[in-house]
Design a protein around this ligand. Structure first.
Ligand SMILES: Cc1cc2nc3c(=O)[nH]c(=O)nc-3n(C[C@H](O)[C@H](O)[C@H](O)COP(=O)(O)OP(=O)(O)OC[C@H]3O[C@@H](n4cnc5c(N)ncnc54)[C@H](O)[C@@H]3O)c2cc1C
Length: 426
């Protein structure tokens, strides 16, 4: 059994994509660290959400995210059978390559790395309150059969929804119109080469016309044949309009809407000639959410910054992806010019009006278009490492993370093998 402490130096709320890395970095830097995670495993959207194709660790020319994210990825790949992309070949359709991993293995590897670093794990526990106190925070959580009060010198909000800021009533913004969510699943039990594409398409169009299938059930359906949905088992092909994870009620609605769609699809697919034995082989337990709150911080990454590949003076990591806005109509893409690799500034992790509090992951300060790009997993992981380094330094020096000189944060990241804009390759 782990020995639990109700006083830590760094408390990470949310053990997802960013939070895992933040906690490992803080603990390896010497701070006593714990994670409060409302679900039963680490990884968040990467594991519990079933989104297991982290992007981008490489630009077309070089590696741009290293450190702890890369270490965990390599350990995961060493234990699964998913192929590496061929980084020597450019991706003809995208600026770089996603790296497919086995999410179950990633959850195991992430947990092992946390425990080895000395991170205390508190699963099935949710944040309910936080108040500032001398030199840090008093944090309230609730779990099955327990209520806890934890004191921490630094808190890192990796909830994906900036929940800590919500409770503290610090400013954060959410767009009226948000990207749809997706419940991840995979159908199987048929062989696409046995199917008649035209017959399948006729059936699909008839089902859309008579309401057996609904808009969003196959979000590429306006532009692509339904046989392409079947080819990938439907993975990442669903849109849940209005999906939101900000409250349990909203997440419940998203889960129910997602599952209703899966049931409609299963019933429909089994009517297709050649798919009579089709089955649902995999269904993740929680709808994955693309967009909720973005924090208001010292610096906001804008669309112009991102597209220009701006190197911020306080850059703590790179982030390469493309503007990727999913809508009710489909998806809009805009690529960063080749040769440019945008960066994330430390200021985007520091909530305005706060001290001893950092945010990492998809809710960092950014406008909506920049956010649609920098929310990807390699970027969130790299931001997590930066937040963990700054929080540890702030806690160990007793000064508050926002007051740690940026050169010291960058140097610590470099020491832990992160790729830091301006000092990589030293
Ligand atoms: C459908 C979909 C497809 C995507 N495709 C890709 C892709 O192909 N490649 C890619 O790189 N990126 C992709 N993304 C983007 C990327 O997966 C996410 O933006 C990223 O994983 C978010 O990381 P995060 O750390 O901010 O949040 P999360 O990984 O969601 O972590 C948040 C964690 O906090 C926990 N939590 C939340 N609130 C609380 C609380 N109050 N108390 C305790 N714990 C809490 C959650 O349980 C979770 O574990 C996709 C996203 C979606 C939704």
């Amino acid at each position: 059994m782990q020995q639990y402490e109700n006083a830590v130096e760094v408390l990470v709320i949310g053990g997802g994509t960013a939070g895992v890395i933040a906690a490992i970095q803080a603990a390896r830097a010497g701070a006593t660290t714990a994670i409060v995670e409302m679900n039963g495993q680490l990884g968040g959207t990467m594991t519990t959400g079933g989104v297991y194709a982290p992007a981008y660790f490489f630009s077309p020319d070089r590696q741009i995210v290293g450190g702890i994210p890369w270490e965990l990825l390599q350990k995961t790949k060493a234990l699964d059978n998913t192929p590496w992309p061929d980084f020597t070949q450019p991706n003809p359709n995208r600026p770089s390559h996603h790296i497919v991993i086995n999410p179950a293995v990633y959850a195991l590897v992430a947990e092992e790395a946390c425990l080895e670093a000395g991170v205390k794990l508190h699963y099935h526990e949710i944040l309910t309150g936080i108040t500032p106190q001398e030199g840090g925070w008093q944090v309230e959580t609730v779990g099955k059969g327990l209520r806890r009060t934890v004191t921490a010198k630094e808190v890192v909000d990796c909830t994906g929804d900036a929940d800590v800021l919500g409770i503290l009533e610090l400013p954060r913004e959410k767009s009226e119109v948000r990207q749809p969510g997706t419940l991840e699943f995979r159908f199987g039990g048929y062989d696409v080469s046995d199917l008649d594409m035209e017959v399948v398409q006729e059936h699909y169009e008839a089902a859309m016309a008579d309401g057996r299938l609904q808009p969003g059930d196959y979000w590429l359906g306006k532009n692509e044949l339904f046989v392409n949905f079947l080819r990938g088992g439907g993975h990442n092909q669903q849109h849940i309009f209005g999906a939101d994870s900000t409250t349990s009620l909203m997440q419940t609605d998203a889960n129910i809407e997602g599952r209703r769609a899966v049931l409609r699809l299963l019933r429909f697919i089994r009517t297709l000639p050649g798919c009579e034995n089709a089955t649902l082989e995999k269904l993740w337990t929680m709808a994955a959410i693309r967009e909720t709150y973005r924090i208001v911080a010292e610096t906001t990454v804008t669309y112009d910054d991102y597209m220009a590949g701006r190197i911020f003076v306080d850059a703590v990591c790179y982030s390469l992806y493309y503007v990727d806005v999913h809508t009710e109509e489909g998806v809009e893409h805009e690529f960063v010019e080749p040769g440019r690799v945008p960066t994330i500034p430390f200021g985007a992790l520091v909530p305005q009006g706060s001290n001893r509090l950092l945010v990492a992951g998809r809710s960092v300060a950014s406008d909506r278009l920049a956010n649609s790009a920098l929310r990807v997993e390699a970027s969130c992981m790299a931001m997590g490492q930066a937040a963990g380094a700054a929080a540890a330094l702030g806690a160990l020096r007793g000064v508050g993370s926002r007051h740690v000189p940026i050169g010291d944060i960058r140097a610590l990241l470099h020491e832990h093998k992160a790729i830091v804009p301006g000092i990589e390759g030293e």
